[in-house]
Design a protein around this ligand. Sequence first.
Ligand code: GDP
Length: 440
Amino acid sequence: MFDNLSDKLDKALHVLKGHGKINEVNVAETMKEVRRALLDADVNFKIAKDFTKRVREKAIGQNVLTTLQPGQLMVKIVKDELTELMGGEAEGINLGGSPSVILMSGLQGSGKTTFSGKLANFLKNKKGKKPLLVACDVYRPAAIDQLHVVGDQIQVPVYSDRGNNDPVAIAKAGIAQAKAEGNNVVIIDTAGRLAVDEQMMDEIANIHKAIKPEETLFVVDSMTGQDAVNTAKAFNDILNFDGVILTKLDGDTRGGAAISIKSVVNKPIKFIGTGEKMEAIDVFHPARMADRILGMGDVVSLVERAQEQFDEEEARKLQRKIAKNKFGFDDFLNQIQQIKKMGNLKDLMGMIPGAGKALKGLDIDDDAFKHVEAIIHSMTPDERSTPSMLNASRKKRIAKGSGRSVQEVNQLLKQFDQMSKMMKMMQGGGGRKMMQMMGG
Ligand code: GDP
């Protein structure tokens, strides 16, 4: 996410980060480079210019050059301004209605249907809501099918009416059904076009007027940069929407839309989409995003994700197994599943301060665990629970079965062994031993 921008800002701020003497000349030079980095990220020219102007003014106001750590203060000013530019505080959505109606708007392909599903899933699992999805695209039957597929996947009901070509009537009927069935949130997916056109705008404006949603969200593909900002402006002029959803941030290396959109339409980014899976949704936190852009990681989000997946009962079971030396490859597989649920690996790595840069160029993908899983799946249940029984011929068989080399099998066994030892040590009073081992 935003790798290019992070890289360029990192280079621009290099001097200030304590790698040289700081004076008015190189502060000015740095600001010029920051501006260039923003422009390369497809941030609007005026926004980039104002941004560096504000940073400079703040720096002068705070007498940066006379402070003890001028570089760090400058970086902090850049971070604060970046946060402010993206919206300051995180904003939630209005769930005050009964039911709360959420209207989705945006171009075709922006990720509206996918996001409708993600939001329904999020509200169901994290907020205990009972959502109903409503399919209001009367032009593309495939869009209705797609929403049904999504609904089945997350087990959320979908209202559609294939014979009806009046989206206002469908939306109203959907809301009526929600009332009758006790659904307290209604998410209305609408038709989009490939570009802004009058008919689409009229249609979404009519739906908006007729149903008066609690929340109108504009969904936009982050990778489209300045176009995303222009489209946002067109939709906002008609709908005066409440918030922006930026999708496909996982593929966006530049970040121009994320940085510019708030100051152009003066509406907050509320959620981001970071992948095709239903779980790839995050509340947008401007400060955390600024940290990530500046390569400072996002430990808070990382811990939150870990906590979401953390199951106390499972953890206790695992502890007992470790204590009894019963930790086997099935438990290991389980752990891998849990990590995978936290999200795409590259994304997770990006949340570790400094890791993004260190791991740059490394091709980590969702399948990073594929080989390990294949090897474990080729083991018999006995072998998985008692790895010590793995002799040369068994290893050979496992390698053949998984399509990996014996070397790789050995490597995994070694890692597993080290991990088991470490876990055992970290248990009962082992913390001290561990510290000793690490020279503490
Ligand atoms: P709609 O026409 O606005 O309803 O868009 P869709 O929901 O059909 O999404 C268009 C394409 O973008 C689909 O292939 C989705 O899987 C993909 N997509 C949606 N959101 C994301 C995201 O956050 N990341 C990635 N990588 N792909 C996404």
